[in-house]
Design a protein around this ligand. Structure first.
Ligand code: PGA
Length: 254
């Protein structure tokens, strides 16, 4: 597949995998995917497995991401993890504003924007998640919701930072439900987000930003989704927990 932007496929392991299980998975991925150069491959284990997974992927084509981080750099924030702590394990990416955090931890666009700035200050690339609920889609509010989330959670990012930011479009109704957005729905949302970036920044910047699709991505739908002109990769939850399904998603996307 020939695209102007390099595909980026990330596995969001969520709250799964002990250290031993994480190592099994990542060692399997290393074996299956060692020849892949066309796609940026990222795994996002829970914090507790970052150290060991980081060592396991040294000298491989797999990069490390975290699932969240604090907006603060240091101090009395019990239970939080700072960007500089992630950097110690060679983390390169950090997922911010996943819909589960927006829902369960009540994360706001404002907070996500502050985290994104803190990530860039530490040279971590944020993967910023946006997406509408089923009610919002059915009420015809998809673009309005996406516009609010994109404007709010990217607030304050410079052009240079924007180009190093990844957006994940994840319709909430497609996450973990087995319901995937149709390729047309995905492409339409991605094209809308890119046009919004062109308005907020400029055309050249918008063309460079990678926009991942997330929500029940599996080996059987990866190829069609990735072939859409504005879909530049995937953020994979459930199907990233097994060597076979995640490596097939990567291979089917090439
Ligand atoms: P899913 O999750 O692939 O299990 O739908 C995607 C995500 O939440 O990032």
């Amino acid at each position: 597949m020939d695209k102007e932007r390099k595909l980026i496929i990330a596995g969001n392991w969520k709250m799964n995998k002990t250290v031993a299980e994480a190592l099994d998975l990542v060692n399997g991925l290393k074996r299956e995917l060692s020849n892949v150069k066309e796609v940026d491959i990222v795994v996002c284990p829970p914090f507790t497995a970052l150290s060991e997974v980081s060592k396991a992927i040294l000298d491989s084509n797999i990069r490390l991401g975290a699932q969240n981080m604090s907006e603060h750099n240091v101090g009395a924030f019990t239970g939080e993890i700072a960007a500089v702590m992630l950097k110690e394990f060679s983390v390169r990416y950090v997922i911010l504003g996943h819909s589960e955090r927006r829902q369960y931890q009540k994360e706001s666009d404002d907070l996500i924007a502050r985290k994104a700035l803190a990530a860039h200050a530490a040279s971590l690339k944020p993967i910023i998640c946006v997406g509408e609920t089923l009610q919002e889609r059915e009420a015809g509010l998809t673009e309005k919701v996406l516009e609010t989330q994109v404007r709010g959670s990217l607030a304050g990012l410079s052009r240079d930072q924007m180009v190093e930011t990844i957006i994940a479009y994840e319709p909430v109704w497609a996450i973990g439900t087995g319901k995937t957005a149709t390729t047309e729905q995905a492409q339409q949302a991605h094209a809308f987000i890119r046009s919004l970036l062109a308005r907020l920044y400029d055309e050249a910047t918008a063309r460079k930003v990678r926009i991942q699709y997330g929500g029940s991505v599996k080996p059987s739908n990866a190829r069609e989704l990735m072939s859409q002109p504005d879909v530049d990769g995937a953020l994979v939850g459930g199907a990233s927990l097994e060597v076979r399904s995640f490596s097939d998603i990567v291979k089917n996307s090439i």
